[in-house]
Design a protein around this ligand. Structure first.
Ligand SMILES: Cc1cc2nc3c(=O)[nH]c(=O)nc-3n(C[C@H](O)[C@H](O)[C@H](O)COP(=O)(O)O)c2cc1C
Ligand SMILES: C=C(O[C@@H]1CC(C(=O)O)=C[C@@H](OP(=O)(O)O)[C@H]1O)C(=O)O
Length: 363
């Protein structure tokens, strides 16, 4: 099955954007964890559609119903499952063009992979809507991490060419990360945030879409998490990050720019600070040899422009077997980035608890 991930924590997501419900089964969670529903709902609302002009107008409450693995306010340790019912499908948007493949979306590849039996309505199982269950799982994982004082936060680093300030890789305050998670449009510099929003709205007017970069950080993670090669922190995180629809790149620390440095500047030189080993710089993003070194984890994620746009594009009609053109109508995010922010944090939290369980250090 392709809808399953994990080693210590196992996730399985299910559903389609225009089906009855979407949801998740989470296996391997420790028993006895108290769930903070107010917090989970807040995280769900951060991602939910239909809540701003820069987002798809499809309105969904993204309320969740826990179906199993939860008793008397605490996890039981057996599979925890939750459903999020779809309430605002508008499948007619997809009927007229069902055999015309949207460039950049999974219509064509999904058709090939599932021999034409895929649910094409709203992108079916390929829809960004399937990230709602991930945010549910992430909210639980974040609660577990926060009990250990581990904080994850992220911001919109860029939209098109408009750049927010970067995190200071050495000295990131947990308070900044917490402040960012409270923002409806997550940027460090509000002026840049306004510019980004205006730009998204302008592009939307042009019936086009735009992408961007999300920068995320984790602080207070213990040293020594992760293992070399296949369970490196980078590989675990990347696996989940690349599972998010529209993610096309991931880089850690200085990322691709590290190639322009010399070893004498890219090496994060060590020193003893308050009786603990620290580093003067953080070009490796807090991970060396696949293992955390006590510096903040820093990574950036590239999100492509939304594929479904109103502008005329060339494509094919697979039923008629002809070249054709498409102008996509319907309810789409002119930019996915703002709504992907909580999703990035969510999968990061899940990957980290999976890694921490490897060392037996979760509870
Ligand atoms: C939160 C979120 C919202 C999305 N919204 C849309 C949308 O409104 N319209 C659209 O065409 N694609 C949207 N996408 C992206 C598509 O689902 C994605 O591009 C498609 O499944 C193809 O996968 P790929 O881009 O990873 O190759 C969204 C993705 C996410 C994560
Ligand atoms: C519903 C959500 O976003 C959807 C993601 C999406 C896609 O193709 O990924 C396409 C649109 O679906 P529809 O055409 O049904 O409105 C978005 O609205 C959500 O994220 O919850």
């Amino acid at each position: 099955m392709s809808g399953i991930w994990g080693k210590n924590i196992k996730l399985s997501i299910f559903g389609e954007s225009h089906g009855k419900a979407i949801g998740i089964v989470i296996d391997g969670l420790p028993s006895g964890i108290k769930l903070d529903h107010e917090y989970i709902s807040k995280e769900m609302k951060r991602r939910a559609p239909g809540r701003s002009k820069t987002a798809t107008p499809r309105k969904e409450g993204d309320n969740y119903e826990i179906l199993s693995g939860y008793f008397n306010g605490r996890t039981t340790g057996t599979p925890l499952s939750a459903a999020i019912y779809n309430t605002n499908q508008r499948s007619r948007d997809y009927e007229a063009t069902k055999s015309i493949m949207r460039p950049g979306h999974a219509d064509y590849t999904g058709h090939v992979r599932y021999s034409g039996f895929n649910d094409y309505r709203g992108g079916g199982h390929f829809s960004g809507r399937l990230t709602a269950p991930l945010v549910f799982a992430g909210a639980i994982a974040k609660q577990i991490l926060s009990n250990k004082n581990i904080v994850i936060g992220s911001h919109i680093k860029s939209i098109g060419d408009i750049e927010d300030r970067s995190f200071d890789g050495v000295n990131i305050e947990a308070s900044l990360l917490k402040e960012l998670t409270g923002k409806e449009f997550s940027v460090i510099d509000p002026e840049k945030g306004k510019e980004m929003k205006d730009y998204i709205l302008k592009i939307k007017e042009e019936k086009d879409s735009v992408g961007g970069v999300i920068e995320a950080a984790v602080v207070n993670l213990p040293r020594g998490i992760g293992s070399p090669f296949f369970d490196s922190v980078e590989s675990k995180l990347s696996h989940l990050l690349f599972s998010i629809p529209a993610v096309k790149g991931v880089e850690f620390g200085a990322g691709f720019d590290i190639t322009k440095m010399k070893g004498s500047s890219s090496n994060d030189e060590l020193y003893i600070r308050k009786e603990e080993i620290s580093a003067y710089s953080n070009n490796n993003g807090g991970i060396v040899g696949g293992i955390t070194n006590g510096m903040p984890i820093i990574f950036r994620v590239a999100i492509k422009p939304t594929p479904s746009i109103g502008k005329l594009q060339r494509t094919v009609d697979i039923e008629k077997g002809i070249n054709t053109e498409i102008e996509i109508e319907g309810r789409h995010d002119p930019c996915i980035v703002p709504r992907a922010v909580p999703v990035i944090e969510a999968v990061c939290a899940v990957a980290l608890i999976d890694l921490m369980m490897e060392k037996g250090g979760l509870i």
